[in-house]
Design a binder for this molecule. Structure first.
Ligand SMILES: *Cc1c(COP(=O)(O)O)cnc(C)c1O
Length: 359
């Protein structure tokens, strides 16, 4: 039997080179080096450089490291919103981003789409007073993806507002234009195929200026992970705290491997694998895609309704060593979720599609 493969939407399968990089890191005792050493600074620099190249992040845009994407929700609100943010909500993760703003005492309005859909661009109406617009480009809970053109059109309509984009379960697949939006972020256990415990925050100068202006007005913007603190240390290729050194090392290496493979190849393969998976779901008598409008169907998290208890299907696939996700929250027993990340090879996805056909 084939080895166990995690098609779960996060944590998910490790990128195939992680094992060797992890062995090498242990051999070099990377987890023991000082985060104030030259050795760490060069790992940090390699990681930022590889990320910038892979994700086509312009030189003037900053990349910082945090503990998770959940942390970045909080940091964006603390650093970039004085009074009011506005949220496009289409699932559990975007709802949590909105709640975070409320918990931090901000006024936070939202427009919510029914689960399985996205708010249509022409229905996006943003209060004059909102300072930041939050999108979740790929809702991992529902498999609904907001087309990038919707996000760009919203920014064009409201150029003075900051636009934040959660791309946790869609990078490196999605070709995000970092010159248009102001900030985006992800954690590494989804599309990058790495162990959890590292968040990556991509930030332009406007966000830094906003954080500084809030600080000058006497607002608290947090403590060790404020944008000015991250920038100050980042200039020296360091972090304010003792970071996940192993995680940063592994991310640098995996980004290097992805660069050698080529981002265009990764994107083409993702499209091909998504087509194979949607085909398998459309052909199956008991499955239908949760996101019915194909314009909003995620390529990286495929969600299907199941006619009968989804756990039965999940269990049968598990017996074949293929681990797929259950539905999220209240959809636990009525849906399946399948991750289609760069770590999942074409062969693995084809095998999964064959097994789905036989269910
Ligand atoms: C997983 C996920 C998060 C949270 O990531 P953590 O690493 O658990 O903090 C946020 N947004 C989306 C869309 C996600 O899929």
């Amino acid at each position: 039997m084939t080895p166990k493969t995690f098609f779960t939407p996060g944590p998910s399968a490790l990128y195939f080179t992680v094992e060797d990089h992890m062995k090498q890191a242990l051999k070099e005792q990377i987890p023991s080096i000082s985060h104030r050493s030259k050795a760490f600074e060069s790992i940090y620099a390699e990681c930022v450089e590889n990320l910038k190249q892979l994700l086509q992040v312009p030189a003037h845009v900053h990349i910082f490291f945090t503990g998770s994407a959940t942390e970045i929700w909080e940091r964006i609100i603390q650093n970039c919103v004085e009074k009011e943010s506005y949220h496009l909500v289409n699932g559990a993760f975007s709802a949590r981003f909105h709640e975070t703003a409320l918990e931090l005492g901000r006024k936070a309005e939202k427009t919510a789409a029914p689960y399985g859909r996205c708010v249509k661009q022409e229905h996006i109406r943003i209060p004059e007073t909102a300072e930041l617009i939050a999108f979740t480009q790929n809702e991992t809970s529902t498999g609904a993806a907001q087309p990038l053109e919707d996000i760009y059109a919203t920014k064009r309509k409201y150029p003075e507002k900051l636009v934040a984009v959660d791309v946790v379960s869609t990078l490196p697949y999605i070709n995000l234009n970092h010159d248009i939006i102001d900030t985006s972020f992800f954690s590494v256990q989804k599309g990058f195929g790495l162990p959890a415990g590292l968040g990556v925050w991509i930030v332009n100068e406007k966000c830094i200026e906003k954080a500084k202006s809030l600080q000058e007005k006497g607002y608290s913007i947090g403590s060790y992970h404020t944008l000015p603190a991250l920038l100050d240390k980042g200039k020296k290729n360091q972090t304010p705290e003792t970071p996940n050194i192993l995680g940063i090392y592994l991310l640098a290496k995996v980004c290097g491997d992805m660069l050698r493979k080529g981002i265009d190849t990764i994107r083409k393969e993702t499209d091909y694998k998504a087509a194979v998976l949607y085909h398998a779901i459309n052909q199956h008598h008991a499955f239908t895609p949760f996101v019915s409008d194909s314009a909003y169907q995620s390529k990286t998290v495929i969600v299907a309704n199941t006619q009968t208890d989804s756990l039965e299907f999940i269990q049968k696939l598990k017996e074949k060593n293929m681990h797929i996700g259950s539905g999220y929250g209240s959809y636990k027993n009525s849906q399946i979720r399948i991750a289609n990340f760069p770590a999942h090879s074409k062969e693995q996805v084809e095998m999964l599609a064959d097994e789905i056909a036989g269910l």
